[in-house]
Ligand binder design. Structure first.
Ligand SMILES: [Zn+2]
Length: 249
């Protein structure tokens, strides 16, 4: 599809004055929209994601087709020397971002904010497979259950390699089922975009983990049930002239 950004000059102006360039007066008109298809990226070195989540439980709200877990500041993610606080976790089904054209079954969003209000969202893509414990925590809390499974300490990095002590290669019980985390020490895609829900404002620093998790078909169905049985993902937006990198720390 054709890019919306006509010229490099327009892009420069928007980056300098994101809210008002070219007569655009509302944040909904922010040009660099998300989600996008992550393709044509260059693999580069760069900073690792560093998480030190403190272990506090969120408040949970079900509204607008989503289950949202909201956290008080205190759970820090650091990227390249800049500190962000975890503020919200929610999920989309199907995925919003694609990789080389591929749509995934679901996508977890960990919304972070720095002290100046700048947004950084970590996205985790899921294939169909074994159920994911974080998604299940969202679903259970959204149904009125305990929020203990969404304790931010559980979102800290965990070992993602298979446990060598089991020797079976199968998914173990307990420990780190699915090994999914918000802030794995793995490679990630990075680009500049917007929020994918109203008011679609930006800029948002997007981090999509290279490593995918798995969700069960039942979990995908349950995520959509919160939205009246319909997908709650936004459609792909034009990439324009944006750079996408795959950062391998
Ligand atoms: Zn989202």
């Amino acid at each position: 599809m054709p890019p919306r950004l006509a010229t490099g000059i327009a892009l420069f102006a928007l980056l300098a004055f994101p809210a008002c360039a070219n007569g655009v007066s509302t944040s909904a008109e922010y040009e660099l929209q998300s989600p996008i298809d992550l393709t044509g990226y260059a693999t580069v070195g760069g900073p690792a994601l560093e998480c030190a989540y403190g272990g506090n439980e969120p408040s949970v709200e079900v509204a607008n087709g989503f289950i949202a877990a909201r956290y008080e500041p205190g759970n820090a993610l650091t990227l390249g020397g800049r500190e962000y606080m975890l503020r919200e976790v929610h999920a989309h089904a199907a995925s919003e971002h694609r990789i080389d054209g591929e749509l995934f079954a679901a996508e977890l969003h960990m919304v972070h904010q720095d002290k100046d209000g700048g947004l950084l969202v970590v996205g985790v893509l899921y294939d169909l497979g074994e159920p994911d414990p974080i998604i299940q925590g969202l679903l259970d809390a959204g149904a009125g259950g305990s929020v203990a499974a969404l304790d931010s300490g559980l979102l800290n990095p965990r070992v993602s390699a298979p446990d060598s002590s089991t020797g079976s290669g199968s998914t173990g019980s307990g420990g780190a089922p699915n090994s999914r985390c918000s802030c794995c020490a793995s490679a990630y895609y990075r680009y500049r975009g917007s929020r994918t829900t109203p008011p679609f404002d930006g800029p948002v620093e997007w981090i999509v983990l290279w490593e995918q998790g798995t969700v069960s078909p039942e979990q995908v169905e349950a995520l959509m049930a919160v939205n009246g049985g319909e997908p709650n993902n936004r459609e792909i937006q034009p990439r324009g002239e944006r750079e996408i990198t795959l950062v391998a720390p």
